[in-house]
Write a protein that binds this ligand. Structure first.
Ligand SMILES: Cc1cc2nc3c(=O)[nH]c(=O)nc-3n(C[C@H](O)[C@H](O)[C@H](O)COP(=O)(O)OP(=O)(O)OC[C@H]3O[C@@H](n4cnc5c(N)ncnc54)[C@H](O)[C@@H]3O)c2cc1C
Length: 438
């Protein structure tokens, strides 16, 4: 098969290139930034690489773990589940290490009878069949049909929405419960029901090994920003117009797979398929900022390694970078209060200073000294999909059917988790190989 262009070098594009190469198909991978990774990127801090984006890998991430094994020898370390929040003036903790019964009791108290009656069938569906924990599955399409005229906030009592649902949506979608919809919640539940590890050497090592490609089937074109995708004049195929170092170029391919957030794909299709672009613009993304700060002494105790904050605070979550990195804090800012107070021009120092004030009563910050930090404002940050997302997706399929040779993957196809990005990429590559549309 002739070379396939993959547009976007985040984990969706990397997964797509991986599956194509595995099938013996050569790939040109276009990435606008100087390095691949996108929202699983890493930066150097204090002589080590730290991951500012996606890094926690579920034990059920079967596809991603297969990719890691095929790429080299990259051990994982336990990350666990450990979170606390203030409820009615008291710190309430839920941890993987504590007894399951006390977690269950805490859960039931927060959910209330109505919360349990809504959540129980959803949780059972995902526990019975983990593949339901993605976007657009039969079970959750049905939930969507019945309930997506309501937001998640409308489906649960306020206590449950604020203390159980919000920590999940703010963390995984960058959005409040009133900005998320029941039909998409299965993709979050699959993550809540998993347990986590992270790569010992971080994402950076893995990406370097992938980029070093020994098969000879992968050409990575970093610094190449694709400006436009259009139908080839000669009929069939796709023209990819790009800029690199200030000059432009164009290459024609029989087949192209885009691996971009919906909002960025919309910008590329606006000229040739405005109706598809309009549909893509309805997929919601919310910004998220991440700061990683190192301190002279441990900030956390092993038993209490993370804290989520309520809707009044721009700081949504503060947690230890790893189970052995109790002196390294990852601060995450997402949700409405973060959007109101933090923007691309906000100064890193001010944002972190406010966060430190917020965590002061809970962790050892007061006498501690911050030795270094990195800060990132990510927009698009996290995908919150759309109400009746499965319908939006089939409308998109209809519009793209006329664009022969163009296939689409990304975080809005099966979900935003790294594993869901792999599932979507695998599916798109299968479609390309079998000649199925889209
Ligand atoms: C802060 C944060 C924490 C997260 N934590 C986790 C986690 O612990 N576990 C988990 O499973 N998931 C996590 N996620 C979710 C997951 O990391 C993301 O959903 C996923 O990385 C998205 O990958 P993507 O390739 O679809 O998009 P992106 O990473 O955004 O990749 C798109 C790429 O395309 C490039 N690009 C854009 N426009 C063009 C163009 N015109 N031409 C060429 N290239 C272009 C961009 O530079 C980018 O590299 C997290 C996400 C965030 C933001």
């Amino acid at each position: 098969m002739s070379r396939v262009a993959v547009i976007g070098g985040g984990i969706s594009g990397i997964a797509t290139a991986y599956y194509l190469n595995k099938a013996g198909i050569p790939v040109d991978l276009y990435e606008a930034a100087p390095a691949i990774g996108g929202r699983i990127g890493s930066e150097r801090m204090d002589g080590r690489w730290v991951d500012f984006g996606g890094k926690n890998i579920g034990r059920k991430y079967r596809r991603f773990r297969g990719f890691v094994r095929d790429t080299g020898d990259f051990p994982f370390e336990y990350f666990g589940f450990n979170t606390s929040q203030v409820i009615d003036g008291k710190v309430v903790s839920m941890t993987k290490e504590s007894r399951q019964l006390s977690n269950l009791f805490g859960f039931l108290k927060l959910a209330g009878l109505r919360g349990v009656s809504v959540l129980y069938p959803w949780v059972r569906a995902v526990m019975k069949d983990n593949s339901q924990g993605m976007l657009r599955t039969p079970f959750f399409n049905d939930v969507s049909q019945k309930l997506d005229h309501l937001s998640l906030a409308d489906c649960f009592p306020p206590r449950c929405a604020n203390h159980l649902i919000r920590p999940v949506t703010v963390r995984m979608n960058g959005a409040e419960p009133d900005e998320c919809y029941p039909g998409n919640f299965g993709s979050n539940l699959a993550l809540v029901l998993d347990s986590y590890e992270q790569l010992k050497g971080g994402m950076h090592q893995l990406l370097e090994a992938f980029a070093a490609d020994r098969s000879g089937l992968l050409a990575i074109r970093t610094g190449h920003r694709v400006e436009r995708l259009s139908r080839c004049d000669r009929g069939g195929g796709v023209d990819v117009a790009y800029t690199c170092n200030g000059s432009g170029g164009s290459v024609s391919y029989d087949r192209v797979i885009t691996a971009l957030p919906a909002v960025q794909l919309s910008a590329l299709l606006g000229g040739s398929l405005p109706e598809a672009a309009e549909i893509l613009d309805r997929v919601r993304y919310y910004p998220v900022s991440v700061a990683i700060a190192a301190y002279r002494d441990n900030v956390f105790r092993k038993e209490q390694r993370a804290m989520v904050f309520d809707g009044t605070s721009p700081l949504s979550n503060a947690g230890a970078y790893g189970i052995l990195d109790l002196d390294l804090v990852r601060y995450t800012f997402s949700g409405k209060a973060a959007r109101a107070q933090i923007n691309p021009e906000s100064k890193a120092e001010d944002v972190i200073f406010q966060a430190e004030k917020k965590v002061l009563p809970f962790f050892s910050i007061a006498e501690n000294i911050r030795t270094s930090m990195i800060y990132k404002y990510l927009s698009p940050g996290l995908c919150a999909y759309s109400p009746f997302h499965f319908r939006l997706f089939s409308e998109l399929q209809d519009k793209l059917a006329s664009f022969s040779g163009l296939y689409v993957t990304g975080d809005f196809r099966r979900g935003a988790s790294i594993e869901a990005c792999f599932a979507a990429a695998e599916e798109s590559v299968k479609h390309l190989m079998t000649g199925e549309l889209f």
